[in-house]
Design a binder for this molecule. Structure first.
Ligand SMILES: *Cc1c(COP(=O)(O)O)cnc(C)c1O
Length: 653
């Protein structure tokens, strides 16, 4: 029988049924329902691994004598190992129960079986994806994962094309975002180096200012022209020019040396929404740009305000302030909202013609996998109506437009260890065009390839040259690759997972509205921002209270029973949630006034102390079993029942 992925359209009910029965098989399950499958896989592939060891050179005698286990030293070691493993296993029972539909806290849930099994199966082979020498199999898989993502996002995945995309894995979104900064800076500064080195005959820009503000596509073209030109030189000329250009690069001179030399240039800024993840601040520090160079663009309803972006870009242009990257967030970490990616790339294209070139990076660490909902199996984009038919309100037109524009962006971060339901640490960085990646290489021998560039895989297998890490797990790459093969990244296959979570979020919103009416005598409850995806906040305030400080104490009391407390048995907890805060400076005056009005709070009671921000509950609705059809249980409903009871006990008569 052919392994079947769902490729022919099934109609309504049959499709739903197929989808639910597929979900049954995907995870170990809240009750460990699929334990038999996982156990068989682990045992089967562990044995398989052992045979592999034995069959390497079966003529070699066993190095460990068959009677070794009889020795007291052996037994003492084994006893110690067992004791320590038992105590580890016991301690781990206090872990966070991510698998449970009662867990709606942070961005974690059950793990997909194919990924978990692939990871476990690969571990004993211990491949190191820093180089193909240490990982002949899994480095290839990692490069293929990059192509799987490229297709998902609408980048070119045809490896025969020079402008094919390229992606690799990282330890997580933080390093992927950092990689985006590194690549953007390398590409931005390279034309300046070419100009400063005085390379003839490649039509390099004449001034540092022009060179530093080239649009990204023009920068790539220039880089290609340089490689071609170099390939036509004699070997000694190549050595000479290569050394000259290398000496001028920002990676050689450092930020201080580079900008001291090019006094006409200012250090570039990164524009990110105020809702951006703190990895952007880490990245700005790590790259040596400094946090001052991370400019926050205002938002509206927790989505980047495209007009504010335009105003910021105008300010940059008028002050001769170069822009390195504009970051759009696809699913903010705190609110699950989606920035107008389409308007950001429009702005990039407009400003490219006006002498202010910059790249656009999408931080889709959280929301990247939601793109599966918008993708057909053949890689084409689905119509909005088709996606909308599966949901109550999702996707809002602006959200659809943001996802539809992904193919026009320059690079994307996505975290398989978040909405990819895979073990940590698996983040991914994908760049739309592979060509400038050589600029990241530690040894610049890329230049010798010139026209005779090796094929796509040969070129990219030397991952250690470009990734920010050194040694890293090949098992992680195996896990992501296998999962994407079992559940291809389109709406009919992987899409079943985000579809569930979006439905759960819509259910949550509906229940929250009913809940607000229900507890109205005791507390005012509102959803601060309508979610674009599957993160939903809940703001609460005791009825009659106008003070932010008291509302915060109340929500913190509620939250006290919603998070881990290692001093108590896990079972004492009914549900797990998370909390976040809304700072006036981030929400903006208008948004804050509206929210305070809905909650009955007086905005004047925000102060510099404990009440400088409003504390709210935050829920990540990614567990695939929140709506348990088998037993007709809605864990969302149960959660609200629980909250209602708590509120009545805290505030009731
Ligand atoms: C989680 C997250 C990150 C950081 O990713 P890690 O995998 O934790 O390093 C970055 N950006 C966004 C939007 C995120 O949600």
């Amino acid at each position: 029988m052919n392994a079947r992925v769902q490729d022919e359209p099934l109609s309504g009910d049959a499709k739903q049924e197929w989808e639910h029965r597929t979900l049954d098989a995907c995870f170990l399950g809240p009750y460990g329902e699929n334990d038999g499958t996982l156990e068989r896989l682990v045992v089967e592939f562990l044995r398989d691994h052992v045979y592999w060891r034995r069959n390497f050179h079966p003529e070699d005698p066993p190095a460990i004598p068959t009677r070794a286990a009889a020795h007291p030293a052996y037994q003492a070691f084994e006893a110690r190992m067992r004791r320590e493993l038992h105590s580890l296993s016991a301690a781990l029972k206090q872990s966070v129960p991510f698998h449970s539909p009662r867990y709606i806290g942070h961005m974690a849930s059950d793990l997909l079986l194919p990924g978990l099994a692939a990871q476990m199966l690969t571990l004993p082979y211990n491949p190191n994806n820093v180089s193909e020498d240490a990982a002949p199999v899994t480095v290839d898989l990692e490069v293929r994962v990059g192509l799987q993502f490229a297709r998902l996002f609408g980048y070119c995945d045809d490896t025969a094309r020079p402008d094919c995309a390229f992606g690799h894995l990282t330890s997580g979104g933080t390093l992927s975002n950092y990689q985006a900064l590194r690549l953007a800076l390398a590409l931005k500064a390279f034309p300046v180096a070419l100009m400063a080195a005085g390379v003839p005959g490649i039509d390099a820009p004449r001034t540092a200012r022009e060179a530093f503000n080239l649009p990204r596509t023009k920068g790539v073209e220039l880089f290609e022209r340089w490689l071609k030109w170099l390939a036509a030189c004699t070997a000694s000329e190549q050595m000479h020019w290569r050394a000259r250009v290398e000496a001028e690069r920002i990676e050689q001179r450092g930020i201080a040396g580079f900008f001291n030399l090019h006094r006409a240039l200012q250090i570039p800024v990164v524009l990110a929404p105020v809702t951006a993840h703190y990895s952007w601040s880490k990245g700005a520090k790590l790259l040596g740009l400094g946090r001052d160079q991370l400019w926050k663009v205002e938002e509206r309803g927790m989505r980047m305000d495209a007009d504010a972006l335009e105003a910021t870009l105008e300010r940059c242009a008028s002050r001769d302030q170069p822009v390195l990257l504009v970051v759009g967030v696809l699913g903010t970490t705190e609110y699950g909202t989606v920035d107008p990616i389409d308007r950001i790339v429009d702005a990039r294209d407009r400003w490219a013609t006006k002498g202010l070139g910059f790249g656009v990076h999408v931080d889709g660490a959280w929301g990247g996998y939601l793109a599966t909902l918008f993708r057909n199996a053949d890689g084409s984009l689905r119509a909005r109506a088709d996606v909308a038919a599966e949901h109550a309100c999702f996707p809002q037109p602006a959200v659809y437009d943001a996802f539809a524009a992904l193919g026009r962006t320059d690079s994307i971060t996505v975290d398989p260890h978040k909405l990819g339901y895979l073990p940590y640490g698996a983040g991914a960085f994908i760049t739309r065009d592979q060509r400038p990646v050589g600029l990241l290489a530690e040894q610049a021998d890329y230049v010798f390839h010139g026209d005779a560039a090796p094929d796509y895989f040969a070129r990219h297998r030397r991952l250690g040259q470009v990734i920010p890490e050194g040694s890293k797990s090949g098992a992680a790459a195996a896990a992501v690759y296998v999962t994407h093969r079992v559940l291809p990244l389109d709406h009919a296959n992987f899409g079943a997972l985000p579809r569930q979570t979006i439905r759960a979020a819509e259910h949550f919103v509906a229940r929250a509205e009913a809940f607000a009416l229900d507890v109205a005598p005791f507390a005012r409850v509102t959803i601060p921002f309508m979610p674009d995806s599957n993160l939903v906040g809940l703001a609460l305030n005791p009825a009659g209270n106008v003070e932010v400080a008291r509302a915060n104490r109340f929500v913190l009391d509620l939250y006290a029973d919603l998070h881990c407390d290692s001093r108590q048995p896990l079972q004492m907890r009914q549900f797990f949630g998370s909390s976040t805060t809304l700072r006036p400076g981030i929400v903006g005056a208008e948004g804050l006034a509206g929210l305070c009005a809905r909650l009955g709070l007086d905005p004047a009671t925000f102060d510099d102390g404990d009440a400088d921000r409003l504390v709210i509950l935050r829920h990540t609705l990614m567990n695939p079993y929140l709506l348990d059809r088998e037993n007709d249980i809605s864990y969302v409903g149960r959660y609200f029942d629980y909250l209602g009871e708590r509120i009545r006990r805290m505030l009731g008569p």
